[in-house]
Design a binder for this molecule. Sequence first.
Ligand SMILES: Cc1cc2nc3c(=O)[nH]c(=O)nc-3n(C[C@H](O)[C@H](O)[C@H](O)COP(=O)(O)O)c2cc1C
Length: 257
Amino acid sequence: MNENIIFFFSGTGNSFDITLRISKQIGNTDIFNIASDKILPSLDKYKRIGLIFPVYGFTMPNIVSKFISNIPNNNSYYFCIVTLGAFALGAMYRTFEAFGKIGIKLNYITNIYMPENYILFSKVPSDKIIKAHLKNSINRIKEISTDIISNNEKITQKNIFYIMGKHFASSESKKWALISSNFIINNDCIKCKTCIKTCPVENIKPVNENIVFGQNCECCLACIHVCPKQAINYGSKTIGKKRYINPNINIADMKTY
Ligand SMILES: Cc1cc2nc3c(=O)[nH]c(=O)nc-3n(C[C@H](O)[C@H](O)[C@H](O)COP(=O)(O)O)c2cc1C
């Protein structure tokens, strides 16, 4: 019987990669994709309950906020790892607060810098920087796993960065994440359906010969990054920009958890 469970959400595989490597290091760990429609296991038997996800707009993805608000309080050791490309600006404290709201004391929270995937505003780093991030993550994973196995406490503070990110991380400004009609598919599309198979929340459907985006987008950008023909863009914001999928993982495997 496994004594740990890690819940993860991931678009382009960074958080999934970290989930797999942390699970391997700490051992005895079940893994659960929070975007799956599988029934949540009973958490009673787990000594440690972890959550690994990307920072979106200086806070949690919507799906993660919802998940946290329903997570049962088990008196277990709760830990979180957020992956991010550049600036957290209070994302960790916001996560700590989200757990606090439902009466759970988060025992440990930390972050791991990974390659940036937010190409609506920023861009994917060079191959050299991607390699450097992935290399640095090896030591971070060792440190974090040691902490988790020892049930160490690590809590973030409400600081100036939290205040700086407050405006952008408000629920109002998160609405941009749901503008599905801005996804444009160009004539390079070969109808391979990779986007449909990859979307973690099943928001892309084949309708007659077309590919249609629904209203349930989490804005993980996996569809844009995974398309082998770079045929999916978000308005004009992503045109000509480099794409990224974490090279350590097979993106299709995320759906098996
Ligand atoms: C919608 C969106 C918003 C993002 N916002 C931030 C952010 O506020 N700060 C940051 O450092 N990275 C941000 N990123 C980058 C991701 O957090 C980072 O690349 C993460 O490792 C991606 O994880 P994944 O591959 O598991 O999806 C954002 C990415 C997306 C798609």
